[in-house]
Design a protein around this ligand. Structure first.
Ligand SMILES: Nc1nc2c(ncn2[C@@H]2O[C@H](COP(=O)(O)OP(=O)(O)OP(=O)(O)O)[C@@H](O)[C@H]2O)c(=O)[nH]1
Ligand SMILES: [Mg+2]
Length: 229
């Protein structure tokens, strides 16, 4: 016992050091394992990520009298410079990108001599955008109403969602959306159909984008209500 007693503290101290060493090495191993998992996860995220799912595409037709602002609105939505916009002769097609869909919009020129050919270009449309100038003369508004009624009743369009944009709201003479709604006499013609009537102007493109998002919801058959404003 006399010989053992000096060794006892040394032995306890040695075990303690050994266990401390083991704990430290386990910690280091654990840290390496965590790092390996982290690096592997980052690598997978960066290198093995597949392409994002394709956005659905919809074919739309955009109509409205000349000067109502169809080309201007569509150009802004495509982030094109608004300069050099001229009256559309015939038609023009733009792919308008949104976060959850791509809208292939066929704009038909709204001049008197072009409107009679509109219906030839309706085939294949999945939705309709009708643009009107809220500050136009009574005569022009009446013409716009007649054109809208014809479109709502056309066999190739009558079942499709409609987005009606009461544009030029920035002008002092612009009628309110309530006045326009009354003037357009959408009831009972549009009852049971999917349509949205929204005020807008070129200087508030966020509101225009919101209106298009509602149209996309209708195209996706989400959030269906027979009519809304
Ligand atoms: N103040 C104002 N002017 C607008 C607005 N939207 C369009 N305009 C102007 O209206 C004019 C006609 O616009 P367009 O985009 O060419 O009209 P459109 O409907 O494409 O006409 P067509 O191609 O002939 O059928 C342009 O000078 C535009 O700058 C708006 O909200 N407010
Ligand atoms: Mg145009």
């Amino acid at each position: 016992m006399k010989e053992m007693s000096p060794l006892l503290p040394f032995s306890v101290n040695g075990d303690w050091k050994l266990s401390k060493f083991r704990t430290m090495s386990e910690c280091i191993q654990l840290s390496f394992a965590v790092c390996r998992i982290g690096i592997y996860t980052c690598f997978r995220a960066l290198c093995c990520k597949g392409p994002p799912p394709p956005r659905p595409e919809y074919d739309l037709v955009c109509i409205g009298l000349t000067g109502s602002g169809k080309t201007s609105l569509l150009s802004q939505l495509c982030s094109e410079t608004p300069e050099n916009i001229v009256s559309t002769t015939g038609f023009s097609i733009k792919a308008v990108p949104f976060q959850n869909a791509i809208l292939n919009v066929k704009e038909l020129g709204g001049a008197d001599n072009i409107r009679k050919y509109w219906s030839r270009y309706y085939q294949g449309s999945q939705g309709v955008i009708f643009v009107l100038d809220s500050a136009s003369s009574e005569d022009d508004l009446e013409t716009a109403r007649n054109e809208l009624h014809s479109a709502l009743q056309h066999p190739q369009l009558c079942t499709l969602p409609f987005l009606i944009l009461a544009n030029h709201q920035d002008k002092p003479a612009a009628r309110s959306v309530q006045e326009i709604k009354k003037y357009l006499e959408l009831e009972p013609l549009a009852r049971g159909k999917r349509w949205i009537l929204k005020p807008c102007s070129l200087d508030d493109m966020e509101a225009v984008k919101d209106s298009f998002s509602l149209l996309i919801n209708l195209l996706e058959e989400k959030d269906f209500e027979p009519s809304r404003m």
